[in-house]
Design a protein around this ligand. Sequence first.
Ligand code: FMN
Length: 256
Amino acid sequence: MDPNMNANTDNKDPIATPNHTPQLQAFRDIVESRRSVRRFTDTPIPDDVLADCLRLAMLAPNSSNLQPWEFYVIDDADNRKRAIKNCMNQNAAKTSARLIAIVARTDIWHEHAQQILREYPDQPVPKKVKDYYNKVVTLDFLRGPANVISAAKWGATQVVRRVKGPLKSPYYTFEDTKNWATNNTALAAENLMLALRAHGFDSCPMGGFDEPAMKALLNLSDDHHIVMMIGAGERADNGVYNTQFRFDQKQFVHYV
Ligand SMILES: Cc1cc2nc3c(=O)[nH]c(=O)nc-3n(C[C@H](O)[C@H](O)[C@H](O)COP(=O)(O)O)c2cc1C
């Protein structure tokens, strides 16, 4: 169990009170007015605004607080030119005030587990937190040469499940870890887009880019995965291409 799951009953969140509706309306306004914007004006996004949006992005929930994400703000003129080309010259990239690569990392879990122990807010670090990051996290991610540890983990998991009952699967393969890192990073990407909206700016997430070319441009390794590119800026009058619609909730929501 994640040791960060301890309830802090002193920390009553005023937003959580049911009658506290102004925040709810503000939240709705932000979510409902966010659109994928494909054309932006020439208005820049100030550095402090972008920094605040990135700060809010990194407040996204993430597994064991391991924060496997990175954000590459492509400001250099030459890099930007090449990045736009790698985004297939989409208008959302071409006209953006800022262009950001949202990157998930599959190699950082151990380093971040150790960093958590160094920077943990409550010092000395409680033993169960130390054990969690030194032992549980390590066992969860470690694969060993030729996945030999994964094979042992797989066998042990089957036995424990049979004997003790439900058990969260550890990560057996590189793809498992990539999924893990990508899931976490996508949550931060959504926070970033909503934060931009709350600041009066807009965004377009882009999966339509040449990943190998973009990785080469940003000097990224095989353990860096570009989850999406985000073009951001002030919405132009012709920035939204179509009316927003979604299928009926009934199609997706199952009360079981
Ligand atoms: C992972 C992902 C990749 C996307 N890729 C592109 C893209 O390459 N180009 C684009 O114009 N929009 C892209 N979009 C935006 C979607 O088309 C858009 O979110 C969807 O049509 C719904 O519209 P809305 O965001 O305005 O509600 C992408 C969205 C996501 C989440």
